[in-house]
Write a protein that binds this ligand. Structure first.
Ligand code: ADP
Ligand code: MG
Length: 790
């Protein structure tokens, strides 16, 4: 393996670059890896195993970032196996190979089984131990069919003996499933409203003859044949062998695992069982003893055993708690350590606010009073700034809650102390809007605000650059163009990043490089549920503006109302002097297609229903100057209706708009809908949001109904997270979420809070150097050093 050093280097570079499939001199990382794996396949004693790895790298270029990370980890793991010179001493009874040796060392795992295990990511005994069950079946809850009693709610384990189906004259589909165990049989009926023979035939396939079934329900007498049956049932179909004696002997509560094709669950169960027998005692505790005592955790080795083969449901719960706590504690500890390091290494310049300085003059001069939530946010921010610890704060506020004013106060605090400040926005429209606001507010105070956009001409950009370097510009507003290498500040003291989830961590770091230690505030209008926020941004303090300015009326949201009525509502509002948005969805992830659809609709509306009204069109394919022009005209009421794609999603502020129609609402996530809805209801006028759906199923309707029930962005975000899961919710590939093996931050929110405070407390009052095991577990950054050893 003379190429090993090369491979290690390549992996190091790829990891350092956050898995972007980096292009080397000749080829992309994935191609480089593939060509080397091809060579390895030829030399290795385990070519089949390497073929699995090859497939991973074949998918690499089209995979998500977390998957890419997994593939590299897999490569490293398998390479380590390849390099390991462990002797298989069959004659030495006491010989125990390392826990990260080849899985074939486990009793009952030969080369053939090993390959099947490889397919589900199991290469080593350790992988077996940590291949946690999907669920368990509690055989102790079972009632034999012979012993069923009327009225009892219980569970029957049996086999599917026969399935019959028919449609009644009234169109009700009936499926009769006959289930038998070793003591008898019963018929259970499933009903399908509005069914047809064809649909029934298809449904029949859910109940393959001979398959096992675990079915719970209430025992009733069937009114037709007078025999026992189960009603209100829930069931799972099992593989045929689930009831064999073998399983029952293993444990009364039996683990069910996700399997690949051809891998027999009994084989897997046995392999895991054997691995536990051999390696249990080498599993040591990672969580410090004082915490394990405090939270009544099991020893880790017992937790691992019990999560697979629990002695009781109670032990299973304890095992789960122990392992989930450990996992979440480690994540939170890493974040707390990063934060501490930041605190220790970077000192910020404390900023002070004078009684009649810029900040206080600005607040006094506002045409409105800050809400108490805004005041609280301002206090927290100014407090942070008044310290040598660099500020690391995330400001979350629902749409329309008035974050911009708060941001402006922070910028002023820097200027008041003789520094420059910067405000970054994710889109040019938004940067422009912020710029306009700041110019309105601040030029009367004698301050100079500069705008920096990628699309501006070279001359303007140069002018801006000069003004920035010589300190003539106090506050710079811009898109990410602002953090390009060439932009230099004179003395940057504070930065506000709007809609931070659209910026990568890297961009944040780059900005930090623009100055010694600017105070950084990130803001987001997408309420991120706390569980998620503290998992991905655990290194940030949270401030939440949970109050809208006085006099705002909740937006009335409706779904499923007829076209005619929608158009009438738009007309009524426009007659009352207001304006409307009509939003078209993203089509196939393509702004081009969406732009086309929006253009066509705008034309149609202009030529038919709204021929007497002025309609503007805004989409991502317009040039920036065109977009600005459209927005400006809409603001100045030169358009009655703005037909748009999702480019209006973020932050656009036209208070006079009171209706937003969102077409094909089913194509949006809830959080996104909430963002779009936030374009209206931005002053004291009653506003409306109309959702249309095309051919929406019951499922879609009930998902969207949350929108009609609440205006609270946090409630909606929680629901959205619950429905879509963290990865989808964030909607970004590089979400920076940790890989969680057993925890689910939605389900385990309570444990997450406990783990977080335990981690923060640990960092404040303990030295990790005294906990070598724990230190190891938080230190695992993957790079090639793992390959060659250190
Ligand atoms: P967002 O939090 O969505 O960025 P903005 O900062 O754009 O909200 O504020 C929305 C609107 O509310 C703006 O027109 C702003 O001037 C106004 N506003 C902000 N704070 C207050 C307040 N305390 N009272 C009344 N209006 C306010
Ligand atoms: Mg905003």
């Amino acid at each position: 393996m003379e190429d090993l050093e090369l491979i290690q280097k390549a992996i190091n570079v790829e990891v350092k670059n956050k898995y972007i499939n980096i292009r080397g001199k000749k080829q992309y990382f994935s191609e480089f890896m593939k060509s080397h794996i091809r060579k390895i396949i030829k030399q290795s004693a385990f070519p089949e195993r390497w073929k699995t790895i090859f497939q991973c790298f074949d998918l690499y270029s089209t995979s998500t970032m977390p998957d890419r990370k997994k593939y590299i980890e897999l490569f490293v793991k398998v390479m380590k196996l390849e390099l390991k010179k462990e002797q298989h001493k069959a004659d030495d009874e006491k010989f125990i190979p390392a826990i990260d040796a080849d899985v074939t060392y486990i009793k009952g795992v030969g080369p053939k089984v090993a390959l099947k295990l490889n397919k589900i990511g199991i290469f080593t005994p350790a992988d077996l131990l940590f291949y946690f069950p999907r669920k368990h079946i509690d055989y102790s809850q079972r009632t034999l069919i012979r012993n069923l009693q009327i009225g009892q709610t219980t569970t029957v384990f049996g086999y599917i003996k026969a399935v019959e189906s028919f449609v009644t004259p009234k169109g009700l589909g009936v499926m009769k499933v006959r289930i038998a165990d070793e003591t008898g049989s019963i018929n259970i009926n499933f009903f399908y409203a509005k069914s047809s023979k064809y649909i029934l035939e298809r449904s029949k396939r859910q109940f393959p003859q001979g398959a096992g079934i675990v079915i719970s329900g209430t025992v009733k007498l069937n009114s037709y044949d007078g025999k026992y049956t189960l009603e209100n049932t829930t069931y799972s179909i099992m593989s045929e062998d689930f009831l064999t004696k073998d399983n029952l002997n293993l444990a009364r509560i039996v683990p069910i695992y996700s399997l690949s094709e051809n891998l027999n669950i009994k084989t897997l169960r046995k392999a895991i069982y054997n691995a536990i027998q051999t390696y249990k005692d080498s599993i040591s505790n990672v969580v410090p003893d004082y915490l394990r005592e405090k939270y009544h955790l099991l020893d880790k080795k017992d937790a691992v055993e019990q999560i697979h083969f629990p002695n009781s449901m109670e032990m299973l719960e304890k095992a789960k708690f122990t392992l989930i706590f450990e996992e979440l504690f480690l994540v939170q500890l890493k974040l707390a350590l990063i934060r501490k390091k930041n605190r220790d290494e970077h000192k910020a310049l404390p900023l002070h606010i004078e009684r009649d300085g810029l900040v206080n003059r600005f607040i006094k001069g506002l045409p409105f009073e800050l809400t108490s939530a805004q005041k609280r946010a301002v206090n927290e921010i100014l407090n942070d700034m008044n310290s040598t610890e660099p500020m690391q704060r995330l400001l979350q506020g629902d749409v329309g809650s008035g974050k911009t004013v708060v941001a402006c106060i922070m910028l002023l605090a820097a200027v008041e102390n003789g520094y420059q400040a910067a405000l970054m926005a994710p889109t040019e429209i938004l940067a422009q809007q912020h710029y306009n606001n700041l110019v309105n507010w601040l030029t009367p105070m004698g301050l100079s605000v500069g705008l920096f956009l990628g699309s501006l001409g070279k001359k303007v950009r140069e002018q801006f650059g000069t003004g920035l370097r010589n300190g003539q510009i106090n506050i710079a507003v811009g898109t990410h163009a602002l953090i390009q290498e060439s932009v230099e500040f004179n003395n940057l003291g504070a930065v506000v990043i709007d809609e931070q989830h659209r910026f990568g961590v890297n961009q944040r770091l780059m900005l930090r490089k623009k100055a010694e230690n600017p105070q950084i505030l990130t803001m987001t209008a997408t309420p991120i549920p706390r569980t998620l926020a503290i998992t991905m941004n655990g290194d940030l303090d949270l401030t939440i503006i949970d109050e809208l300015p006085k006099g705002r009326k909740p937006i009335i949201t409706k779904m499923g109302i007829p076209r005619k009525q929608i158009y009438q509502l738009i007309r009524d509002e426009i007659n009352a002097g207001h304006q409307a948005y009509i939003v078209y969805p993203l089509i196939d992830e393509s702004e081009t297609l969406s732009a086309k659809a929006a253009t066509k609709e705008a034309q149609r509306l202009q030529e038919t229903v709204f021929s007497d009204l002025k309609i503007g069109l805004l989409h991502g394919k317009l040039k920036n100057s065109e977009k600005d022009e459209v927005m400006e005209k809409f603001k100045n009421k030169e358009y009655d209706i703005l037909v748009a794609t999702t480019v209006v999603e973020v932050g656009v502020d036209v208070p006079n708009a009171t209706v937003i129609v969102i077409e094909n609402a089913e194509r949006f996530g809830l959080s996104q809908l909430h963002q779009l809805r936030g374009r209206v209801g931005r002053c004291d006028l009653q506003s409306y949001c109309i959702l249309t759906t095309s051919g929406a199923s019951q499922d879609v309707r009930s998902r969207l109904s949350v929108m009609t029930e609440t205006n609270d962005g946090f409630v909606i975000a929680e629901k959205d997270l619950e429905i879509r899961g963290p990865g989808e919710f964030l909607g970004v590939r590089q979400s920076g979420l940790p890989d969680l093996l057993i925890s689910d931050i939605v389900r385990d929110a309570k444990i997450l809070e406990i783990a977080r405070s335990a981690a923060i407390d640990f960092v404040n009052s303990h030295n990790i150097e005294n906990y070598p095991k724990l230190k190891d577990s938080t230190n695992l950054t993957l790079d090639g050093t793992l390959l060659l050893g250190t």
